[in-house]
Design a protein around this ligand. Structure first.
Ligand code: F6R
Length: 252
């Protein structure tokens, strides 16, 4: 695991976008695992800027997203499918048929989960998985619990996640209670993982992720078992690690 420390959100975003660009340049037909939420917005803005300058070409890339809310159609402005189109896909030259996201409208959970796992398998797995991290250590929407499903699954979101995500909805009651998420097998199966984090509110969980026990109560702690994880975070997000486990910051 390597931690890249950046002074602020903007430079964190640029550093993470640089790693994604390098992946695309080195393997133009790569499979990118993508995330939604507040953290990747700056990364996506940067990638769009470089694409518009002619420095990046997404034409051969595929993208698989981590998750989607259950009950929201792809044209719903709150869906993650909509988020991805608005914040990335519509501004770059990725082929729409090479972008994948769980279908939140499929009521047949078993069918949707195996369909999505089949897609990941057919693509040959993810080359570079971009992750954000929940305050409770969720990655994708794999919430803390007594066990963690390996494959794509349908999860009931915790109160804390619903609270954290209500900023994207007008009322807390509008935040869906369930979501489809890529499981730990899909995430941990990625050849390389890029975890992006910003802000003091992520400092404690980043510390627990990388310096705590590996436990299902902190799903992100599983990342300790992956051989190629790059964390790109700003000073605020790394403040607890800097205080309690500074040795992690100097690892190559
Ligand atoms: C989003 C996702 C989530 C978020 C996490 C952090 O696709 O899978 O795990 O990455 O909830 O969200 P933000 O970036 O909004 O703090």
């Amino acid at each position: 695991m390597r931690i890249i420390c950046e002074p602020d959100y903007e430079s964190m975003s640029r550093a993470a976008a640089n790693i994604i660009s390098a992946q695309i340049i080195l393997k133009p037909d790569c499979v990118l695992g993508l995330a939604t939420g507040g953290t990747p917005l700056g990364i996506y803005r940067q990638l769009i800027e470089w694409y518009k300058k002619g420095d990046l070409d997404f034409s051969e890339c595929s993208a698989v997203n981590l998750d989607e809310y259950c009950g929201l159609a792809a044209d719903d402005a709150q869906s993650y499918a909509y988020f991805m189109r608005e914040n990335l896909f519509e501004h770059i030259n990725i082929a729409p048929e090479k972008t994948f996201i769980p279908n939140g409208m499929n009521p047949d959970t078993e069918n949707e989960c195996s369909r999505y796992d089949g897609i990941i398998e057919r693509l040959g797995g993810v080359d570079l998985q971009l992750l954000g991290i929940g305050h409770n250590g969720h990655i994708g929407f794999n919430e803390p619990g007594s066990s963690l499903p390996g494959g794509t699954n349908c999860v009931t979101l915790t109160k804390r996640t619903i609270e954290a995500n209500r900023r994207f909805f007008s009322r807390v009651e509008d935040v869906p209670q369930k979501a489809y998420t890529m499981g730990l097998k899909g995430i941990m199966g990625a050849k390389r993982i890029l975890l992006a984090a910003s802000g003091e509110s992520k400092a404690e969980i980043l510390y627990r992720t990388f310096d705590g026990l590996i436990e299902t109560d902190v799903p992100s702690s599983m990342l300790q078992l992956h051989g190629d994880v790059i964390v790109v975070a700003d000073e605020a997000a790394l403040s607890v690690i800097r205080k309690k486990a500074p040795g992690l910051l100097s690892r190559g």
